[in-house]
Design a protein around this ligand. Structure first.
Ligand code: FAD
Ligand code: EPU
Length: 338
């Protein structure tokens, strides 16, 4: 295990925020976790788990130990004519895993192509994109219980997945380190091309009968056209979740703004695209020195160079306030603020 002291976290978060960690420990086994969580030298320190740092905003330095998960390995543990069950180390890169699956003709994660970060963080918020969520292919996960050092298996129903939510973001927050994720993929997948723009992207590629690779590539193309690459512009994807509001509230909103979009939730409520609210509140393309709001996607807050995390956090507060004032809707952050 490598442990460094007083390390800049700038290369370890996609916002590119330059704050320091007291210690940075790179772990690649449960023995390493025992050493960090069980041993005398680090016992009294605060800890935080980090994967690819693509869903965090550091607003200050972290005085304790940042535990970067690099537990690796991909293997098939069960197979039938129709399905394959794959066990993936939490420290594997998510997109590389998607490419691994697509290459072998295993379907189910192609619509989740190019989401940054690690496999271990994917269940944390039940990652989702282009009409698919992780829970649809999730079988189980193995997690290290911090207080006991025991390994515990969580099945799908234990994780309480919901839109951008799992039990690990809720009542079990900060209690487990996910070390392995087991997924159930299909050998003869049916494609989900229903999300706006997917069919058009395939047509643009000249594809009428898509393969798994074509669908993955179409998603990659759409994402490149909308979302800034963190290598060029610091960001953490959508900063806020889509709010869910009551139907009556939506009808009043629609009367005032006939172009407002919505997604069905249940008989009494709908989800509103947060990007629409933020754009309508006038923030799209906003810049203040080193930070701002992306000009192609109002849900994405950006670091244009050397922004401080606390400035981006303040901007997120201002956006919340103005959306609340104009539409009476509360935006909840998706990004984990540290
Ligand atoms: P980190 O940012 O390192 O961590 C996120 C949280 O999970 C932290 O609270 C951390 O403590 C915890 N954590 C991480 N690993 C573990 C572990 N092994 N055990 C326990 N806790 C852990 N998300 C989507 O859902 N859909 C998208 O389409 C999408 N698009 C994005 C596009 C861009 C350009 C960017 C930058 C981000 C996007 N995201 C998207 C958000 C992000 O990629 C995902 O949330 C991703 O799963 C985060 O992975 P990570 O390894 O970087 O997690
Ligand atoms: N919109 C605007 N203005 C904008 C952006 C969006 O009006 O600046 C409206 C438009 O009506 C558009 C709709 O929002 O049609 C949907 O926009 P888009 O397809 O770009 O995606 P999104 O709804 O803004 C969500 C996820 C993304 C995910 C995409 C694709 C959330 C919070 N975000 O964004 O996830 O990649 O759909 O499925 O649910 C992430 O979580 O980090 C993330 C990037």
């Amino acid at each position: 295990m490598i442990v460094q002291q007083n390390v800049s976290l700038k290369p370890y978060n996609t916002f590119g925020i330059d704050e320091n960690a007291g210690f940075l420990a790179i772990v690649d086994s449960t023995d390493d976790l025992d050493e960090i969580f069980g041993s005398g030298s680090f016992r009294s320190q605060r800890k935080m788990i980090l994967g690819g740092g693509s869903n965090v905003l550091f607003t200050r330095g972290f005085t304790g130990v940042v535990v970067k998960n690099e537990i690796k390995g991909i293997h098939i543990f069960k197979e039938s004519d129709a399905e394959v069950f794959v066990s993936v180390g939490a420290g594997e890169n998510w997109h590389q895993f998607v490419l691994w699956s697509v290459e072998r003709g295993f379907g189910g994660v192609e619509n989740l192509s190019l989401i940054p970060g690690t496999v271990g963080a994917a269940p944390m918020q039940n990652i989702g994109a282009y009409g698919t969520e992780l829970r649809e292919v999730f079988h189980s996960l193995e997690a290290y219980e911090i207080k006991s050092g025991k390994l515990i298996t969580f099945y799908k129903e234990d994780c309480r997945f919901d839109y951008r939510y799992s039990v690990f973001k809720g009542e079990l927050k900060d209690q487990f380190v996910i070390i392995k994720v087991n997924l159930r993929l299909k050998k003869n997948p049916e494609f989900n091309l229903s999300y706006k723009g997917v069919q058009e992207a395939l047509t643009q590629m000249g594809v009428s009968t898509p393969t798994l690779k074509n669908v993955s590539q179409a998603i990659i193309n759409i994402r490149h056209s909308k979302l800034p690459d963190p290598v060029d512009i610091g960001n953490a994807g959508s900063f806020f979740k889509h709010p869910v509001i009551e139907k009556l509230h939506f009808e009043a909103l629609e009367a005032q703004f006939p172009d407002v979009k919505s997604y069905p939730v249940d008989a009494d409520s709908v989800k509103i695209p947060a990007g629409w609210l933020i754009e309508r509140a006038g923030w799209k393309g906003y810049k203040a020195g080193e930070f701002g709001v992306h000009d192609k996607q109002a849900l994405v807050l950006i670091n244009l160079g050397n922004a401080r995390g606390r400035d981006i956090f303040k901007l997120s507060n201002q956006i919340q306030k103005s959306v609340q004032q104009q539409f009476g809707i509360e935006l909840e952050r998706e990004v984990n603020v540290i």
